[in-house]
Design a protein. Structure first.
Length: 135
C-alpha cells in the first residue's frame, strides 16, 4: 500500500506508454490523495481514462471506496482497476453489485489490448487528442 502502489502505477504507466500510443501521467501519491491530485491537474474539457493500479495490499472495502470515489469524481470517464482481485473479476466473476457502470476490471494484458483497439478505431483527428488523455 502507499509507496508500493505508487511504484506499480508508475510501472503500469510506463508499460502503457511503451505498448500503446497513449501518454500516461502517474500520480506521486496513492488512493484518495491520488484521485484528488488527478482531479486538480485536469483542465476543463479533459476526459481522460482513469487507471487505478493496485498491488492487492488494500482490502476490498478500501478499494471499493477508492473506486466509488473515482466514479463520483470522474462520472463521464472510463475507469479501469488493474491488480488486486482484478484477475478474479476478469475471469468472469461478476463485479460487486454496487460497482458503477463506468468502472471496468481488466488484466494488464486486456487493458493494453483495449487501448490499442480503441486507438485503431478512432478517426485520425481524434487520435492526437486522445493520445494525451490518459491519466
Amino acid at each position: 500500500r502507499g509507496p508500493i502502489d505508487v511504484m506499480a502505477a508508475g510501472f503500469l504507466g510506463s508499460l502503457i506508454n511503451s505498448l500503446t500510443p497513449y501518454e500516461t501521467q502517474s500520480m506521486s501519491s496513492s488512493g484518495l490523495t491520488a484521485l484528488a491530485s488527478a482531479r486538480s491537474s485536469m483542465t476543463e474539457g479533459d476526459k481522460p481514462a482513469i487507471v487505478i493500479a493496485t498491488t492487492g495490499a488494500s482490502d476490498s472495502a478500501q478499494l471499493r471506496l477508492i473506486v466509488n470515489r473515482a466514479a463520483a469524481s470522474f462520472p463521464g470517464n472510463a475507469i479501469f482497476v488493474v491488480g488486486g482481485d482484478t484477475a478474479q473479476k476478469a475471469s468472469g466473476a461478476p463485479p460487486p453489485k454496487d460497482t458503477p457502470t463506468n468502472v471496468h476490471w481488466p488484466t494488464v494484458a486486456q487493458l493494453v489490448e483495449l487501448l490499442r483497439a480503441h486507438h485503431s478505431q478512432m478517426k485520425p483527428e481524434r487520435r492526437a487528442q486522445a493520445e494525451k488523455a490518459l491519466v
